[in-house]
Design a protein around this ligand. Structure first.
Ligand SMILES: *Cc1c(COP(=O)(O)O)cnc(C)c1O
Length: 520
C-alpha cells in the first residue's frame, strides 16, 4: 500500500484567513503603515503564502518526515557514506546554551570556552591523522579536498616551482577530480589492477616532476587497505610530490593506524561520516583537514591558537607565545596530556596573522555545531573506544560479506575493511536484474538502499557499509532480504519499489526539473 499521507502541498491546503495565532486587539494608538514605511519599501500586495492552522502545519510536516528513510528509522548501508547511528547525546551537547547562544562576532575574550574546545579538537584530529597542523574551516569533505589542494598549490608556488597535475586512482570518489579541477590542476587517472589496488606501473608512468599531489582513498572505496601504500608513498615522495589521503573511510582505521604514519602529507576528515555529525540533506557539514608541518603555514585563516599566559602564583610568562604549530605534538603524544599535567594557564585566540596562508575558505571559524559533535564523539570514546569503533565496523562488514557473497558475488575477494562492493553483473547477465532493481526493492523491505554503480571500476556495483552501530539481527535480516529479492520475478523488481509514495522517477529529470506536486 502506497503511503498516501502528505501528498498535498501547503499551498493546496491553504484557507484564506486561517492562521496559527490570534492577536488581541491593539491597545496603543495606531498609525497608518504609509507613515511608517515609505512607499518604495512596501510590497504592493501581500506575499502569496499559505494560510493554515497550527495543527495542519504540524501534521503536514510530521507526515512528510515519515516518507523519508533515515538512520533513526532504518538500516542505512550506504557504502562510502558511513551512515552510522549518531547518539543523541552529542546532539544535546551541541545544543547546550553555552554553545548555541554564542555569536561569531563576540569578542574573543568571551569565546574562550568554545575556542578551548576547538583547539583541543584540532589536537585530537592531529593525533588521529598523525599530521600536526589542522584547519577546522572547510565545510565538507569535498571542500576539505579543495582546501588542501589549494594549500598544496601555495606550497609549490612558495618554493618557486608550481606544479600542475593531480593524480588519483580510477576508483576515486567523484569529488577528487572535481576538487583538483577547481583548484586549477589537471587531473590524471591512475589505473587500478584487477585486485582493486593501485597499478604501480601505471602510477610510475604518470608520475613526473609536474605532479603536485597523488590523492588516494585508503582504505579504498572497495573496502581494501592499499597493499602498496608504502611503495606508493615512496614513489610520490621521490618526485617531491605530496600524498593526499581522502579520509572518508577513517571509520575503518581509527586508532589502528594513522595516515601520517603511512605516508600521507594531507588529509580531510568527514565528521558527518566518522564523528557523529548530522548527515545528508546538503549540510550543514564540516571537513577539517590535517597537514604535515611544512604545509601548516599555508592553511586557511583563522586557526585556533593557544597562548601561554603563565602559571598561577608564578611570575607571569610572556604573553603571545604561541604553542600551536605542531612541533609540540610528537607522533604518539596524547594531545591533552600537556594540558592536564601542568598548571599552566592558557588563553585561546583566532590567528589571522599567518602571512603564507591561502586566506579564508569559509565564513567565521568553521561549522561549529558539527565540530562540537565531533569533539563530543571523540571525548566520549577516547583512544580505546575509537579503536573499537573501527574494529567493530570491520567485523560487521566482514560478517555481512560472508552472509551475502553467494547471492551477490564480491569480485575483490572474501575479506574487506569497513565496506565491500558486491556485483549484480551475473544476475544482470542471467536474468536481467540490475543493481538498481535490487537497491529499489530493498526499500520495500524496510532497508535504505546501498550505494550503487560506484565505484565505477566494478560492474553493477552494490556497495555496502553496515557500520559498527548495527546489531547482528539487523545484518541477518538484511542478508535474508537480499536472498529473497534475488529470487523474485524480474518484472516485479523492475517496477520496485512498490510501497513508497513515488516509485521510480526518471532520476536525471527529477533532479533537473523537480516537480514537487503529487498527482494521483
Ligand atoms: C563522502 C566522500 C567524499 C566527499 O565528502 P563530503 O563530505 O560528502 O563532501 C569524498 N571521498 C569519499 C571517498 C567519500 O566517501
Amino acid at each position: 500500500m502506497r503511503n498516501q499521507r502528505a501528498t498535498q502541498l501547503l499551498f493546496e491546503l491553504s484557507h484564506p484567513g486561517r492562521g496559527g495565532a490570534v492577536l488581541p486587539a491593539c491597545d496603543v494608538p495606531q498609525q497608518p503603515i504609509a507613515e511608517l514605511i515609505p512607499d518604495k519599501h512596501r510590497a504592493s500586495a501581500r506575499p502569496p503564502l499559505p494560510e493554515l492552522a497550527e495543527p495542519e502545519v504540524v501534521r503536514h510536516y510530521a507526515n512528510l518526515s515519515t516518507l523519508n528513510m533515515s538512520v533513526d528509522t532504518h538500516f542505512y548501508p550506504l557504502g562510502s557514506c558511513t551512515m552510522k547511528y549518531n547518539s543523541k547525546r552529542n546532539e544535546r551537547v551541541a545544543g547546550l546554551p553555552g554553545i548555541v547562544d554564542l555569536h561569531p562576532y563576540q569578542p574573543e575574550s568571551t569565546l574562550q570556552g568554545l575556542l578551548h574546545l576547538l583547539y583541543e579538537l584540532q589536537c585530537y584530529l592531529a593525533e588521529i591523522a598523525g599530521l600536526p597542523c589542522v584547519s577546522l574551516q572547510p565545510a565538507a569533505g569535498a571542500h576539505g579536498e579543495l582546501t588542501a589542494l589549494m594549500v598544496a598549490a601555495a606550497y609549490f608556488r612558495h618554493q618557486g616551482r608550481p606544479r600542475h597535475k593531480v593524480l588519483a586512482p580510477d576508483s576515486a570518489h567523484g569529488t577528487n577530480p572535481a576538487s583538483a579541477a577547481m583548484a586549477g590542476f589537471e587531473f590524471v587517472t591512475v589505473r587500478s589492477n584487477p585486485q582493486g589496488f593501485v597499478d604501480l606501473e601505471d602510477l610510475d608512468a604518470k608520475l613526473d616532476d609536474d605532479v603536485a599531489v597523488f590523492m588516494i582513498t585508503n582504505p579504498s572505496t572497495l573496502g581494501l587497505f592499499e597493499r602498496g601504500m608504502r611503495s606508493i608513498a615512496e614513489r610520490v615522495h621521490a618526485k617531491a610530490g605530496l600524498i593526499y589521503l581522502d579520509g572518508a573511510n577513517m571509520n575503518a582505521i581509527l586508532g589502528i593506524c594513522r595516515p601520517g604514519d603511512f605516508g600521507a602529507d594531507m588529509m580531510h576528515f568527514n565528521p558527518h561520516k566518522t564523528f557523529s555529525g548530522p548527515h545528508g540533506g546538503g549540510g550543514p557539514g564540516a571537513g577539517p583537514i590535517a597537514v604535515a608541518e611544512r604545509l601548516g603555514p599555508f592553511l586557511p585563516t583563522p586557526v585556533v591558537e593557544r597562548v601561554e599566559v603563565g602559571v598561577p602564583g608564578a611570575s607571569p610568562a610572556p604573553p603571545q607565545q604561541s604553542v600551536w604549530g605542531g612541533a609540540s605534538l610528537a607522533p604518539g603524544t596524547r594531545a591533552l596530556a600537556a594540558d592536564t599535567q601542568t598548571n599552566t594557564c592558557y588563553r585561546y585566540r583566532l590567528a589571522y596573522d599567518r602571512p603564507e596562508s591561502i586566506g579564508r575558505v569559509r565564513s567565521f571559524f568553521g561549522n561549529t555545531g558539527v565540530l562540537v559533535r565531533a569533539y563530543a564523539y571523540i571525548r566520549t570514546h577516547g583512544p580505546e573506544g575509537l579503536r573499537r569503533v573501527a574494529e567493530n565496523a570491520v567485523l560487521n562488514a566482514n560478517y555481512l560479506l560472508s552472509q551475502i557473497k553467494d547471492v551477490l558475488p564480491v569480485p575483490q575477494g572474501n575479506r574487506c575493511t569497513h565496506e565491500f562492493v558486491a556485483s549484480a553483473a551475473r544476475l544482470k547477465a542471467e536474468r536481467g536484474i540490475s543493481a538498481m532493481d535490487i537497491a529499489k526493492r530493498l526499500l520495500d523491505y524496510g532497508f535504505h538502499a546501498p550505494t550503487v554503480y560506484f565505484p565505477l571500476t566494478v560492474k553493477e556495483a552494490v556497495m555496502i557499509e553496515p557500520t559498527e552501530t548495527e546489531s547482528k539481527e539487523t545484518l541477518d535480516a538484511f542478508a535474508a532480504a537480499l536472498r529473497t529479492i534475488v529470487q523474485e520475478p524480474a518484472e516485479l523488481l523492475h517496477e520496485a519499489p512498490h510501497t513508497t509514495i513515488i516509485s521510480r522517477p526518471d532520476e536525471v529529470t527529477a533532479a533537473r526539473k523537480a516537480v514537487l506536486r503529487w498527482k494521483d
